[in-house]
Write a protein that binds this ligand. Structure first.
Ligand code: PRP
Ligand code: MN
Ligand code: MG
Length: 184
């Protein structure tokens, strides 16, 4: 599908499926007998949330919030905007935010601050990828799939200029591809 663009596959479909199952099992155990609400952070969190939710074998609800800090750029502007808010109240609910990646941490810091004011019973974070090296605010996920080095990665929800979210694995794109796209 994207053969010419891939420099290196970082996590294959199998790697992802195994990790997602593991996380789902742990979350089901931790939240059994609790009123769990999964909050997907659009758009990046969509594929992870979809697969993860199928591996959490307890009753749960889902809602979606869209924020954007990056736009089409590969680096954060630091300004976070809510583009689409949750449809439902989270008061008294056990909320688990589902993200594809934590980079600087600014998106999550904003989200945690915002959602906390709505009085959830608990508020935790599950991210597929974490880039601790890049953090500019002090923040640690409660659940994390993979901790990675500072590579620009795409696929499985993660985009470059809104592309490649549908690629079923996570890869590092070729440098020359990224540079060409950015200058055109
Ligand atoms: C990306 C990613 C995280 C956030 C991480 O979202 O999906 O939500 O940036 O970066 P940070 O830790 O530095 O804030 P983006 O703003 O690109 O929107 P998208 O999910 O729609 O691609
Ligand atoms: Mn995102
Ligand atoms: Mg993005």
């Amino acid at each position: 599908m994207v053969d010419g663009v891939v420099d290196k596959v970082l996590f294959s479909e199998k790697d992802l499926a195994e990790k997602v199952s593991e996380l789902g099992k742990q979350i089901a155990e931790d939240y059994k007998d609790k009123d769990l609400l999964l909050v997907c952070v659009l758009k990046g969190g969509i594929l992870f949330m979809s697969d993860l939710s199928k591996k959490i074998d307890i009753p749960l609800k889902m809602d979606f919030i869209a924020v954007s800090s990056y736009g089409d750029s590969t680096t954060t502007s630091g300004v976070v905007q809510i583009l689409k808010d949750l449809d439902t109240s989270i008061e008294g609910k056990h909320v688990l935010i589902v993200e594809d990646i934590i980079d600087s941490g600014l998106t999550l810091k904003y989200l945690l601050g915002n959602l906390k004011t709505r009085k959830p019973a608990s508020l935790k974070v599950c991210t597929l990828l974490d880039k601790p090296e890049r953090r500019t605010v002090d923040l640690k996920p409660d659940y994390c799939g993979f901790s990675i080095e500072n590579h620009f990665v795409v696929g499985y929800g993660l985009d470059f200029m809104q592309m490649f979210r549908n690629v079923p694995y996570i890869f590092i794109p070729k440098q020359e591809y990224v540079e060409n796209m950015q200058s055109s």
